[in-house]
Design a protein around this ligand. Structure first.
Ligand SMILES: *Cc1c(COP(=O)(O)O)cnc(C)c1O
Length: 370
């Protein structure tokens, strides 16, 4: 982030100064300009920015009236917010297992989970939240077949997936509604919190615009429904306009170069994820699979001794999070996620990593293991 700031500093400081001088801190011109740029890049009709990626998920579920008695299917291997959003609205997140190599929702496990909820008859299946984990779009062809068969809404949680592609389409265009986050560490990050919702549906877009400003009607003092206060502020929008240009003109390509270099160095040594034919990842994380927890422990410590940071995303399946305890609804059947949580490790990943850094990190892992 420091290197990125160094490169963009003059433009970013000018943009922030302009907002300060215009004092249009809320709903200034850059917000609308950013929304247009984002919709255009993603390839959808409507983009509505909001305060963060968690609110973006909430807003989408609120637009569909998701609430008590509803089942929302969520991958077991993801960041907490994907399950938190439906639970916050008092729906039940039902956790679904993931694919061992892509880390994304396993469509066969999804279908099993939907059938199980229907057979139990206690909850109404309403929506699927598919996550583009670590930057790679989920398998939307197969997930869409399931949502179509059972009449479910499809929500794409693209918080980590912005910029990715599958079969010629960009991430954040695969859901009936799709969302992203601009938290600083995401593929496209701002300098604080931020998020966005995307859809081709004009009615939902209008509803989302109302929901994120206190359920406004003709103006914000005419309130026609219960909503939230969830806006992207103008300073963040101005920064994101500049960062989006940098993302499009080089950063996305650069993280893919870094990933290729990592994979070339590590392929024979550990489990690596290679995007399937026709897929492009935006590499929110570069995550390797090790033999077991012991091997992971040795690598974490060995890297630390060499001054190289690493992190475990995620060390606990969603269905084991205490917060979901009672609301879990159905017993999760997610052996793949349980296995992954014990042996995944994410390596340093950003567009400004140079080849010598990558060779050093990969070489260290080889030393530690061999
Ligand atoms: C980061 C993240 C979110 C939440 O985004 P915030 O902007 O931090 O609220 C939601 N889902 C996933 C998969 C994420 O990684």
């Amino acid at each position: 982030m420091k290197e990125q700031y160094r490169r963009l500093q003059p433009q970013i400081e000018k943009a922030v100064r302009d907002v300060c001088q215009n004092t249009e801190f809320i709903n200034g011109k850059p917000v609308k300009e950013l929304e247009e740029k984002l919709a255009d890049y993603v390839g959808v009709q409507h983009c509505i920015t909001c305060a963060n990626g968690t609110d973006a998920l909430l807003l989408a579920l609120m637009a569909w009236n998701i609430g008590p008695g509803d089942a929302v299917f969520v991958p077991d291997f993801t960041f907490f917010a994907s399950g938190e959003a439906p639970a916050f609205l008092e729906a039940v997140p039902v956790f679904v297992d993931v694919d061992e190599t892509t880390f994304n929702m396993d469509p066969a496990s999804l279908e099993r989970a939907v059938r199980k909820v229907l057979a139990e008859g206690r909850l109404t299946p309403k929506a699927v939240i598919a996550v583009d984990l670590f930057g790679l779009p989920a398998d939307y062809e197969k997930i869409r077949a399931v949502t179509n068969a059972f009449g479910l809404y499809l929500l794409e949680d693209g918080a980590q997936g912005f910029g990715g592609m599958a079969k010629g389409k960009r991430a954040c265009s695969f859901g009936d509604i799709s969302t992203t986050s601009f938290f600083p560490a995401k593929p496209l990050g701002c300098y604080g919190d931020g998020g966005a919702v995307f859809t081709d549906n004009a009615q939902w877009a209008a509803l989302l615009r109302s929901l994120c400003v206190h359920g406004k009607g003709s103006d914000k003092y005419d309130n026609v429904r219960i909503g939230m206060n969830s806006r992207l502020d103008t300073i963040q929008a101005a920064i994101l306009k500049i960062k989006l240009d940098a993302f499009i003109s080089g950063e996305l390509q650069n993280v893919n170069r870094v990933a290729e270099e990592y994979t070339a160095c590590l392929d024979d040594l550990v489990g690596v994820t290679k995007p399937q034919e026709g897929f492009l990842s935006s590499w929110a994380q570069y995550t390797i699979r090790l033999k077991d927890g012991g091997e992971r422990y040795r690598i974490i410590n060995g890297l630390k001794e060499r001054g190289i940071p690493s992190a475990v995303y995620y060390n606990k399946p969603m269905h084991e999070q205490k917060a979901f305890g009672e609301s879990k609804g159905t017993e999760a059947d997610c052996p793949v996620t349980e296995g992954l949580c014990g042996r995944v490790l994410s390596l340093p990943m950003h567009p400004y990593l140079e080849r010598p850094d990558i060779v050093k990190i990969a070489g260290s892992i080889r030393e530690i293991l061999c």
